[in-house]
Design a protein around this ligand. Structure first.
Ligand code: DHB
Ligand code: FE
Length: 282
C-alpha cells in the first residue's frame, strides 16, 4: 500500500494543543498558597541551574528563543507529556492497588467507537503491520471478574503514527472502546504498533538533537480501563525485546507493563494476554 504521510511537528503539535484545550478542564483552580509554593520552587530550580552552571547570556537567549518556538510549534503538550508527566503519574498513583498505570501522553481522544467483544479495531482495508490479538480479563482486586468493564485502546500504526494527529489516516483508526463480556473477558484484534519517534522537526526535536539524545519511545498500546465503582486506570503496554524499553524518552516504561506476544497457532499473526485489576473507587 502507499500511505501518503507527511507528519510534521507543527501539525501534530497544533492538533495536540487543540485536543488538550477542548478535552481537559483547564479551569481547575489552584490556590494561591500552592501556586506560590510550586512557582517559587520551580523558578528557584532554574535560577540555581543558571548559577551553578554559570549560564552565559548566549545560552540564556538560546533558551528564550527555544521556549518561544515550543509555543509556536504547539509543542507544549508534547514537551510536558514526554519529560514531566511520568513524575505526575508516579505521585498520583503512588498508593494505588491493582494494575500499574503510566502516562496518558498527548494523543488520547475520548469518544472512540464502542465495540462489543470480540472486537476488531477500526482499520484500513490494507492496514500495514503484524496482526495482534490482544485479550484478557478485567477483575477487581479480589480477582472477581468485572462484567461489562470498558477497555479503551488507542495506539500508533505500523509506521508509528496516530490517527487524528498525523495526516492521511482515517478518523478513529486503531482506536476503540471495547466492552468486556459478562465474565470481564475482552478480545481485541488489531495490529502491532511500531516504535514511536516524537516529532523531530519542531522545537522538541531541536532540543533532542542539540543535546545528543534520541527521540524514541518503545512501541506501545495505550489503554484506559474502567468500570462503575472502580478507579479508572490509564496505562500503556509494551513489547518484550524492544530496544527502547530501557531508554524510553518519556520515562514511562514499568517492568509490569511489558507483554510477551507469541505466534498464533494458525499462523495469522501474534497474540498476547493481559489481565487488568481495578481498585475500588474511594
Ligand atoms: C508522546 C507521544 C506518545 O505516543 C506518548 O505515549 C507519550 C508522549 C509525545 O510525543 O509527547
Ligand atoms: Fe503513545
Amino acid at each position: 500500500m502507499s500511505v501518503e504521510i507527511t507528519a510534521t511537528a507543527a501539525a501534530s503539535g497544533a492538533n495536540a494543543t487543540e485536543r488538550f484545550r477542548s478535552d481537559k478542564s483547564v479551569a481547575a483552580e489552584v490556590g494561591t498558597e500552592r501556586v506560590n509554593a510550586l512557582a517559587t520552587r520551580a523558578i528557584k530550580a532554574l535560577a540555581d541551574t543558571v548559577m551553578e552552571e554559570e549560564v552565559t547570556y548566549d545560552e540564556y537567549n538560546a533558551l528564550k528563543s527555544w521556549l518561544i518556538r515550543v509555543g509556536e510549534d504547539g509543542e507544549w503538550p508534547l514537551f510536558l507529556d514526554v519529560w514531566i508527566e511520568h513524575a505526575v503519574e508516579e505521585v498520583a498513583n503512588a498508593d494505588r492497588e491493582g494494575s500499574k498505570g503510566t502516562i496518558e501522553g498527548p494523543y488520547y481522544v475520548p469518544g472512540s467507537p464502542v465495540l462489543a467483544t470480540p472486537a476488531t479495531l477500526p482499520m484500513r482495508d490494507d492496514e500495514p503491520g503484524t496482526p495482534l490479538l490482544f485479550q484478557g480479563r478485567v477483575t477487581d482486586i479480589n480477582g472477581e471478574p468485572i462484567g461489562g468493564a470498558q477497555v479503551e485502546i488507542w495506539h500508533a500504526d505500523d509506521l508509528g503514527f496516530y490517527s487524528q494527529f498525523a495526516p492521511g489516516i482515517p478518523e478513529w483508526n486503531l482506536r476503540g472502546t471495547v466492552i468486556a463480556d459478562s465474565e470481564g473477558d475482552y478480545r481485541i484484534n488489531t495490529v502491532q504498533p511500531a516504535p514511536y519517534q516524537i516529532p523531530t522537526d519542531g522545537a522538541c526535536g531541536e532540543l533532542i538533537a542539540s543535546a545528543g539524545w534520541h527521540a524514541w519511545r518503545p512501541a506501545h498500546l495505550h489503554l484506559k480501563v474502567s468500570a462503575p465503582g472502580h478507579q479508572l486506570i490509564t496505562t500503556q503496554l509494551y513489547f518484550t525485546a524492544d530496544e527502547h524499553l530501557s531508554d524510553d524518552i518519556a520515562s514511562a516504561v514499568k517492568p509490569e507493563l511489558v507483554l510477551q506476544p507469541e505466534d498464533k497457532a494458525d499462523g495469522t499473526g501474534r497474540e498476547v494476554s493481559y489481565d487488568f485489576v481495578l481498585a475500588s473507587a474511594g
